[in-house]
Design a protein around this ligand. Structure first.
Ligand code: ATP
Ligand code: MG
Length: 656
């Protein structure tokens, strides 16, 4: 912990210091990747708190993911400034909504659904419109987009047209489905993901007393990744602020990667127009990446077009030179995954910690091939975003029931002395659907039973190890285990989609599948969509500190027609043409960083079991080959919605 407030400012460059000491907004930081935006705002809060200028409880820091929020809280603690709220828009809104619901609406808050598809299907039935699965998902995505852009059903047609949306059905039909969906939700007294923000906005708009209460609580606002704020989030922010403008935002328009879900960099780029007196700071020193990586990132951005690109800033690396990026062309995707796995194994064998290596891909469906290849190579890995045991809805619900029973048992120590712990647990869980025999068949019911059975087993093991343990002890144990699962694991290589890699960094990054059809992805057609794909690649490149491996495969499967080409985004950036790129493929290690495969097997522990094939979104076991291929179950949104996946996962984490 720095011993004085001024010591908090050490380790910041002059521009970052300007941000950190401009304690009363409005402040806007426009800067490229790795220039220390997140660092500058974190130190700004810490400095303000340590200097006694900001009350910790009056600061609300908004970040894009729960992980980023957790990291910021940790960093603030290290800087001697605990007690600051660092949250996502959703988690901040949910807290306020829960708190104010009884006062604003009465009763308790409705249940939140996290799967729209069924409700959309019911709405379609009510409207007598036939939709196949894909259309259901696409309509659900349109409803979501409408809500985050604050478009009501009556305006859908006109607004979708203005934004050039490719609508999955006739716009009038979508408007009708959207209206029916909203009606159904009201009828069933449930709300969805977007309603959490919409309702919070509604309450703050209508109830001045409540808005005042929130404004008295929070006086200073800081927003990270502001380039990806949606119109709905922006509105919420404005309501939090009221007529004050003590706001500090940081962002990089070139990293806007959520615009197809309604986010827009306009709020960032127009900040000075909305806040005429704003302090605007630009950062160009890149502290994250080597000059070689920065050179590639600058080259990529130089070819970008559109509004975001007009505001790009050339980055200047502050780090020592490192190796040139490595480009490898493979015959097919499994060979590409094997090649990456081999290199990763060698890197680990020669001393690179696995936690400092990441494999980044465009769609989550690509991860399976890499999971397989890494498991075969004996490399431990972790998947960002996959649902863990204690995050599953049935396990969380069971936890609530056990907690309730433990509290009750404490008052009634007779329900606890006579019955042993596993029996108590079985009794509580039978209320949650646990039975002594598994239900027949597979699918979701069996899946839930398996989770509850795992809890029963856990209770048995716990009671065997601690014969005197009470239900309260068990609940404490479960909480501890849940927290341990949430603690960042440090040993494994990270597998992540580009969308979920935002804001993060690793020493070594493997950018895979950098081929036409993947990056840009086939369904990106308009100039704007292509530019967003380019920005996604920019985000990927700028995650690397030292080494960057870029690869692509000429065909999808072994023996397949070589009908793929390297991504157009690499034109003029990678050395030579495809023909002169370093060739990898079967039998070869692809050129550089040749390791000695024989010597590494004992260094890296083989994972004991393959990860079960689970839906990337909801964590359920996958049912058939079709689902396996997509790595998601039929009920979850299509693989077009990588951004949506992230939001859903976030959402589950918020609810936990
Ligand atoms: P992104 O756009 O990817 O979110 P960012 O601008 O938020 O990036 P940070 O994550 O804050 O950048 O910083 C990137 C890296 O550079 C971090 O490892 C950070 O600790 C380091 N860094 C930032 N500023 C400095 C500095 N003044 N001196 C040394 N290291 C720094
Ligand atoms: Mg950042």
């Amino acid at each position: 912990v720095p011993d004085t407030p001024d010591a908090v400012l050490e380790g910041l460059d002059p521009e970052q210091r300007e941000v950190a000491t401009a304690l009363h907004g409005p402040v806007c930081v426009l800067a490229g990747a790795g220039t220390g935006k997140t660092r500058a705002i974190t130190h700004r809060i810490a400095y303000g708190v340590r200097a006694g200028i900001l009350q910790p409880s009056s600061v609300l820091a908004v970040t894009f993911t729960n992980r980023a929020a957790g990291e910021m809280r940790g960093r603030l603690r290290q800087l001697g400034a605990s007690g600051v709220q660092a949250r996502t828009f959703h988690s901040a809104a949910l807290r306020q909504l829960q708190y104010f619901w009884p006062k604003a609406v009465g009763g308790s808050m409705p249940r939140i659904i996290d799967r729209k598809i069924q409700l959309v299907a019911d709405a379609a039935a009510a409207c007598r419109i036939r939709l196949d699965r894909n259309e259901l998902r696409d309509v659900a995505a349109e409803i979501e987009w409408s809500k985050v852009t604050r478009t009501v059903p009556a305006d859908y047609d006109a607004v979708a047209d203005k934004h050039g949306r490719e609508t999955p059905r006739d716009p009038a039909e979508i408007a009708q489905l959207y209206a029916a969906y909203e009606d159904l939700k009201r009828e069933r007294a449930v709300i969805d993901f977007e309603d959490v923000l919409l309702l919070t906005v509604g309450i703050l708009q209508d109830r001045h007393d409540i808005a005042e209460q929130v404004r008295r609580q929070y006086q200073h606002f800081v927003v990270d990744e502001y380039q990806d704020v949606s119109p709905l989030q922006q509105r919420l922010l404005e309501l939090w602020l009221g007529d004050r403008d003590d706001l500090c935002v940081v962002g990089d328009a070139s990293q806007t990667i959520y615009s197809f879900t309604g986010a827009t960099p306009d709020h960032l780029l127009d900040f000075r127009i909305r806040h005429p007196g704003a302090t605007v700071v630009k950062l160009v020193r890149d502290y994250r990446s080597s000059p070689q990586v920065v050179h590639l990132a600058n080259g990529l951005l130089a070819q970008a077009r559109g509004r975001a690109a007009e505001h790009r800033l050339e980055l200047i690396s502050q780090r020592d030179p490192g190796p040139e990026p490595v480009y490898t062309e493979y015959a097919d995707e499994p060979a590409e995954a094997e090649g990456a796995a081999r290199r990763i194994r060698d890197l680990i064998a020669s001393g690179t910690p696995a936690s400092e290596i990441a494999v980044l891909f465009r769609t989550n469906a690509q991860s399976e091939t890499y999971e397989q290849a890494l498991a075969d190579a004996g490399v431990p890995y972790q998947l960002r975003g996959a649902e863990r045991f204690f995050d599953r809805p049935e396990v969380r619900k069971a936890g609530v029931a056990l907690r309730g029973a433990a509290r009750f048992g404490a008052n009634d120590s007779l329900l606890a002395d006579t019955v042993d712990l596993p029996s108590q647990v079985r009794a509580v869980l039978s209320g949650e659907g646990w039975t002594s025999e598994p239900p027949s068949g597979s699918g979701a019911v069996r899946e839930r039973w398996e989770s509850l059975a795992a809890l029963v087993n856990l209770a048995q093991d716990f009671a065997a190890a601690k014969p005197d343990a009470t239900l309260g002890d068990l609940v404490a144990e479960l909480d501890e285990r849940a927290n341990a699962q949430h603690a960042p694991t440090v040993q494994g290589v990270t597998l992540a989609s580009l969308h979920s890699a935002k804001g993060l960094e690793w020493d070594v990054v493997f950018l895979v599948g950098v081929a036409e059809g993947m990056m840009p992805i086939t369904y990106a057609k308009t100039d704007e969509q292509i530019e967003e794909e380019r920005r996604l690649l920019y985000v990927g490149i700028t995650r690397a500190r030292e080494r960057l491996h870029v690869s692509w495969a000429l065909s999808r499967s072994p023996g397949g027609r070589p009908n793929r080409r390297p991504s157009r985004f690499l034109n003029g950036l990678r050395p030579g043409s495809a023909a002169t790129a370093v060739r990898g493929g079967a039998g070869s290690t692809g050129g550089i960083e040749r390791g000695s495969p024989g010597g590494t097997a004992s260094v890296v522990p083989r994972p004991t079991s393959r990860t079960p094939a689970r839906c990337r979104v909801c964590g359920r076991t996958l049912r058939d080959a079709g689902e396996m291929k997509l790595m998601r179950c039929e009920d979850c949104p299509s693989d077009m919605d990588e951004a949506l996946y992230e939001r859903l996962r976030e959402w589950r984490a918020v609810q936990a």
